[in-house]
Write a protein that binds this ligand. Structure first.
Ligand code: ZN
Length: 258
């Protein structure tokens, strides 16, 4: 089974003590690529260091996470735009909105999102979207910003079937992770009614470990548990889920894979 993790913060300090060993476990689990979403200006060096050390596995994105949109966001975006003009990245990410941690700076979050979606359009790069407790407003934003070329992933999708349909209608993919294995995750009401062709897999490591490792540090090596559960919901073998979602992930991030 060959798998692709479309979203893992493998450069996180949570892996500093044993990263080499974790990478071996990841390879042994059949994961052949890890797409790394950036968070803020301070995570860039660590992310690029991971790429340099595990070049066959780790591919970086560039973007400012909505939880890191502070007073200095314009300065941070300037640094990131310079990086995007300097070398290739697989996507603009992770970007989006978050009303779980801070509801007071939504205007600023939307401004940062608008700027970064503009980069993606200009450079014809996919976007990787984070929307926590803000699914509806993020879908509305992308529906307005959408053009025929804008593509991407709604990472850690946990919305309703109606929301899922609006997303796939725009040609966007649903990023499915550990939540699919949670009893109250709600994705059993979505995935059976959305085709496999609209899904990609992710871990969001070190967060959101799938069952049976829920609550522990997550790793891309846990991706087979996600593939198994998606297969069970679609009543198809996990190997088929792995094959289709890997092809879709590579197709989206082609700029690197060509
Ligand atoms: Zn993330």
């Amino acid at each position: 089974m060959q798998l692709i993790d479309t979203h893992a913060h493998i450069y996180s300090s949570k892996f500093d003590a044993d990263r080499d060993q974790v990478m071996e476990e990841i390879r042994a689990a059949g994961v052949s690529k890890i797409f790394m979403p950036n968070v803020d200006v301070d995570s860039i060096d660590r992310m690029l260091d991971c790429e340099a050390r595990y070049r066959d596995l780790c591919v970086p994105m560039m973007g400012l996470h909505p939880c890191e949109v502070g007073d200095d966001f314009e300065a941070q975006l300037q640094v990131m735009e310079n990086w995007l003009n300097t070398r290739p990245f697989a996507a603009v990410g992770e970007i989006g909105t978050d009303l779980y941690w801070d509801k007071t700076n939504l205007d600023r979050q939307l401004k940062a999102l608008e700027i970064q979606v503009g980069w993606a359009k200009a450079k014809e790069l996919p976007i990787v979207l984070h929307c926590r407790e803000s699914m509806e407003l993020t879908i509305e934003f992308i529906e307005k910003a959408h053009n025929s070329k804008l593509r991407g992933i709604f990472h850690c999708f946990t919305g309703t079937l109606v929301q899922a349909k609006r997303i796939v209608e725009m040609g966007f993919l649903l990023g499915i992770g550990g939540v699919v294995t949670y009893k109250n995750g709600g994705l059993d009401q979505v995935i059976p009614y959305i085709g496999l062709e609209h899904l990609v897999l992710e871990t969001d490591a070190p967060y959101l470990s799938p069952v049976p490792h829920r609550g522990k540090r997550n790793s891309p090596a846990n991706l087979p548990f996600v593939a198994e559960r998606v297969g069970a919901l679609l009543q198809i073998p996990a190997a088929l889920v792995a094959e289709a979602t890997s092809a879709q992930a590579l197709q989206l991030f082609t700029r690197i894979e060509k």
